[in-house]
Design a binder for this molecule. Structure first.
Ligand code: GZL
Length: 307
């Protein structure tokens, strides 16, 4: 740690623990809680002292937490930025305090790439594209328009922006596929349910729901069945994450396709924290390994899913 207790002054310092300050988005979804578990367990495993803060999905709370970490002179700061913009000032303060910063899960839009050492997380554009590619294949024999409604993630967040972009770019190739409504459900089950209720009231013909995460899709299920429609049949459902509850819905035939987004970033984060603390070079971008699931492969994978 950067503690200037002086008790190591001049002596052969014991190899004291690395102190990592971690600012987490919140606890909005199954993905998020699995991610928190992964970070906490990996810190224990790695012998790293973790200072953990839950920002309840508020950027000002993350900025405050990062400032506290700087005051406490932690060795390394890591965080998952709830939104892409508005980080340059506080990241500059961390840089001036010579505390290396690691981005996990979500990215920031800062032009100055020296404000953080690396970004460890998924390629959200690819997740959106893979979701669309499944739908293009699934509807290739459709003659008339295929009406899609989209439940976006948290407004301004990298996963919401990029999943939307990847999906929209891919379906542009097929004029039959139309996004007739698109709105944020803030990555939560409650948000997904509330917005899907509105979609169903306003749109008599909905063929497909594209939800930016499982939790909003799970909330939408309640609205769809309440409207007397059969999820997975009357309305095809595509989601992203592949957390256990989403995979169960997929195996049960209520969802049709999930693009995985792995929350298990803890071990890689701790390895990176040790490297940046030691002043070692690390890659600027580390992309998470992940796959996709159909109803059949979800049934096969469920028994061994870790989250
Ligand atoms: C993606 C992550 C998103 C998940 C949601 O890496 O930021 O936030 O897809 C979570 O479930 O709320």
């Amino acid at each position: 740690a950067n503690s200037d207790t002086g008790d190591n002054a001049g002596g052969t310092a014991g190899d004291d623990k690395i102190v990592l300050g971690f600012s987490q988005v919140g606890a909005e979804s199954g993905w998020r809680t699995a991610n928190t578990t992964s970070v906490k367990e990996a810190a224990t495993e790695a012998g790293i002292e973790l200072k953990f803060d839950d920002a309840q999905q508020k950027q000002e709370n993350q900025i405050r937490a990062i400032r506290n970490f700087i005051q406490q002179k932690v060795d390394v700061i890591a965080f998952s930025p709830v939104v892409e913009s508005g980080w340059d000032t506080v990241l500059k303060e961390a840089k001036d305090a010579q505390i290396p910063v690691i981005l996990t899960d979500r990215a920031v839009d800062s032009a100055d790439k020296t404000l953080y050492k690396t970004f460890l997380g998924s390629d959200f554009v690819k997740e959106g594209r893979l979701s669309a590619e499944w739908l293009i294949e699934e509807t290739k024999s459709a003659t008339g328009p295929v009406n899609i409604v989209e439940l976006q993630g948290t407004t301004g967040s990298a996963p919401a922006n990029d999943r939307k972009k990847g999906f929209a770019e891919a379906i542009a190739a097929n004029p039959n596929l139309k996004i007739i409504a698109s709105q944020s459900g803030d990555f939560t089950r409650a948000g997904g349910k509330a917005v899907m209720e509105q979609f169903l009231k306003a749109n008599p013909k909905i063929d497909v729901l594209f939800a930016h995460n499982d939790d909003m899709g799970l909330g939408a299920l309640e609205a769809i069945t309440a409207a007397g429609k059969v999820p997975g049949k009357d309305i095809k459902i595509i989601t992203i994450d592949a957390v256990k509850d989403g995979m169960q819905a997929l195996a049960d035939g209520k969802f049709n396709f999930i693009a995985e987004c792995s929350p298990l970033l803890g071990p890689q984060l701790m390895d990176l924290a040790k490297k940046v603390h030691a002043g070692e070079e690390v890659p600027a971008r580390i992309e998470t390994e992940e796959t996709t699931f159909t109803q059949q492969t979800a049934k096969e994978a469920l028994p061994t899913r870790k989250y």
